[in-house]
Design a protein. Structure first.
Length: 261
């Protein structure tokens, strides 16, 4: 399965804008159809209106049915995006950006604290994600489902959200994705797992790195949501985890050494 190219997405967007609920959703959200089918991010007020709108919910259902006629990866994956995933993404994307990037030293300190968090190793072990981190392979849907109900993984995410509250008003900037760190409060653990499962499905559909650049603007605002926020949440931790294998017998000093490599 190949990535969606610009002509395919352009045709899809033209059809998306002509769907029965497109104009109704746009009206409910005080947007134009052109804005709703572009890369333009709605305001926080518009997102609240979208969340309340049955027309917008119906439009997403229609978008997914339309995507079912396509064979490229991103539009096939669109069919797996739930309403909760869509609205949670929009809440994050519409959260106002800060003036400054988060201090690199504070970001590194936060990552270091996660690597020594008491919930990390039990989460990786019980969910089966330990072997995934050690072998540097993508997690499976089964592993992520184990993580979803695992109290250690849930606790780790709660700790991550708590860490975010200790930051000043600042932006995370990873691989071209910009997000206010305090927007993490709008993402539930279940939603993160949902996005992770979608990313795992993307890898399974086309082994190798998923190319965000392959989906070029214009694009529907729903298509990229799983990948954008998951990148921000995970890229820093994964980058450090891939510098060395993790063993159950590894000490705190050894894990800290890996961070400094």
């Amino acid at each position: 399965m190949t990535h969606c190219d610009r002509p395919t997405l352009t045709r899809f967007l033209a059809k998306a804008g002509a769907l029965p609920q497109a104009q109704s959703c746009a009206t409910d959200a005080n947007m134009t159809v052109a804005d709703a089918t572009s890369a333009k991010v709605p305001t926080a007020t518009q997102v609240q209106a979208i969340e309340r709108s049955s027309n917008c919910r119906d439009w997403l259902t229609q978008l997914e049915a339309l995507a079912g006629n396509e064979t490229c990866i991103e539009l096939q994956l669109l069919m797996r995006v739930s309403w909760d995933m869509a609205t949670a993404y929009l809440k994050v994307a519409s959260y106002p950006l800060a003036d400054d990037a988060c201090p690199p030293t504070q970001v590194q300190a936060a990552i270091s604290s996660l690597f020594t968090n008491a919930n990390l190793m039990p989460c990786l072990s019980v969910s089966g994600l330990y072997s995934t981190f050690a072998m540097r392979t993508p997690p499976s849907q089964g592993q992520l489902e184990q993580a979803r109900t695992n109290r250690y993984c849930q606790g780790l995410y709660v700790d991550l959200q708590a860490l975010a509250t200790t930051f000043p008003n600042c932006n995370l900037d990873q691989q071209g994705v910009h997000m206010n760190v305090h927007a993490l409060s709008n993402v539930s653990f279940d939603t993160v797992v949902d996005w992770g499962e979608l990313a795992a499905a993307a890898v399974a559909a086309n082994p190798g790195p998923l190319s965000l650049a392959a989906v070029t603007t214009p694009r529907p605002m729903f298509v990229l949501m799983p990948f954008l926020v998951m990148t921000v949440l995970c890229v820093a931790v994964l980058a450090n985890a891939r510098r060395g294998r993790w063993y159950a017998s590894s000490s705190k000093d050894e894990r800290m050494r890996l961070l400094g490599d």
